[in-house]
Structures are given as structure tokens and as C-alpha cells.
Design a binder for this molecule. Sequence first.
Ligand code: CP
Ligand code: NVA
Length: 313
Amino acid sequence: MTGRPGKRDLLSVADLEHDLLTVLERAAAMKRARATGDLSPTRPGTNAAMIFEKASTRTRTSFEIAMNDLGGHAVYLSPKDMQLGRGETIADTARVLSRYVDVIVYRAYRRSDMAELARWATVPVINALDDREHPCQIVADLLTLRERWPSGFKGRRLAYVGDGNNVLNSLLLGSAIVGLDLVSATPPAYRPPSDLVATAQRLAQASGARLTFTEDPRAAARDADALYTDVWVSMGDEAEKEERERAFAGFQINDDLVGHARPEAFVLHDLPAHRGQEITDAVMDGPRAAIWDQAENRLHAQKALLELVLRRR
Ligand code: CP
Ligand code: NVA
């Protein structure tokens, strides 16, 4: 028998369709509590296995601290040290880890491997990034926007400039769910996949979000309330480095582009940044950067997501 009926996997932002606003509220509450020294240890005795096929600074650390805050424990696993790296199957790995832990956090190269792990795990699986999405990142991003826009997401315009990658894919779904207008500027060959856009447009119909697409970064930035970018060369895309750098020239968040946005607009980046490529030092280190709050919010978002999928013991 595969999986466990009713277990709560978070592989896509779309899996949060009915919970995203509640998760954001809970994350904000736990952030406020933590500032007073209350770590919200609501899931004592729980355990997480964290399999990371790729490098990570923020996601790994924030999940580990999040489990600790909740009263649980996290075990970090690198495939190069696991039998997975020597040919043990994902299915067998999932079945064994499910006997030890309450949740598996997985950063994978391929969505198909993410789906395979979720299929065989009898505990919830959380996608900590794959080639299709980065759902946990987008929860932190929306938390950051919510902090700056107390009146809500409706009528706000977020401009994403750069690669139509995992981050944009999750951002499209997240914006669609919360009712945020998102304009994406990508080179024509780097648009997000049409099936994902179709799902996002379906979700947008319910929330009233407007999702629009352009090849012109300035048109996207015009009158934006916030700007967002990500690397031109994601982990796994290294072989395309040179052609990508050519294709994305002009898709940089710099002072000129920020000048097209609203005067109070701020800038997001999920990090790590390639300074001088998709974003300049001046913007990253300047007063418009909401990037450091955004990075902090990974922790608070992670806690709310873990609480959602972890059962009380
Ligand atoms: N933004 C993000 O996921 O960063 P890491 O790769 O450092 O985890
Ligand atoms: N798009 C980037 C995000 C890194 C957090 C990547 O996949 O490498």
C-alpha cells in the first residue's frame, strides 16, 4: 500500500488553496510570539527527516530551527551520505523514514522524485524546492508582503522580473490564491509552463487576482508596489549558464528599473543573489530592500507549515 489516506503533503502552493491565508495569519502570530521569547512549542516530540539533494542556507536552517521551536527535532540527510546515493530506491527510503519520523522535508532536482517520495511515504512530505516549485519560499514572501500591506493583497501590483522558474511558478499560484495582481516579465523562451499558468489562472478566477505576462521589464515595473527577482541560473541549470546570461541581460533589478515602480515600492529576492546579474549591489544594500525580512520570514512560515501537517502527539 502506498502513502497514507488523508496525510497532508505540501508539494505545490496549490495544495494550500484553502489554508494559505490561515497559514499566513498563524505565521505572523508565531513571529510576534517569538519576539517575546515564546517559541510556540506546539508539536513536542515530533521528528523531521530533511533530505537535501542540493545546497541550502535558508531552507535547511529555518526548517531545523522551526522544528526545534515547535518542540521537535530535525535530522539532516544528504543523499551523498545516504544509501539513496548508492542506489537504494526513493520508495524504500520513504517507507523506512516513515517508520522513524512524522514529516519528510525534501529538496530534489526533479519533481518526479518528489512525487515518488510522497507516493511511498506514509508521513507528510514538504517540498523544500524542486525544478517545478518552491512553495515554502512563497509563503514567506506573502508573509513579507502582508506585513507591508496591512490593508491586504487586493489591488496591489507585484512585478516579477527574470526567469520563469520554480520561484515564479509558486509565486503565480500563491498570488492567484490570495488575490494579488502579478505581472511577470520573462524572456520569451523562459516563460513559466503553460499547464501551471492554466492552474494559476483558474485559481485567480476565484480570488480576482490578475496574472499578466510581458517580455518588457519596464512595462512590468511600471506602477508596481513591489518588485521581485530570482537568479538567472538555478541549481541544475548550470550547463545553460552562458546562454541564460545572454537571454536575461536587461532583466536586472537596478535603480533605473526601481524608478519605474511606485515611489514607496520595495524589492524582494528569495536569495542567494548573484549580485551584479539579476540585481545590483545598490538595490540589495539600499533602503528599498525587503530581502532580509523576507529571509527571516522563512522561519516563521516554516513553523506554520509544519504545524499544519504535523499531528499533535
Ligand atoms: N531561498 C532559499 O531557498 O535559499 P536556500 O537555497 O539557501 O535554502
Ligand atoms: N530558482 C533558484 C532558487 C534558489 C532558492 C534555484 O532553483 O536554484
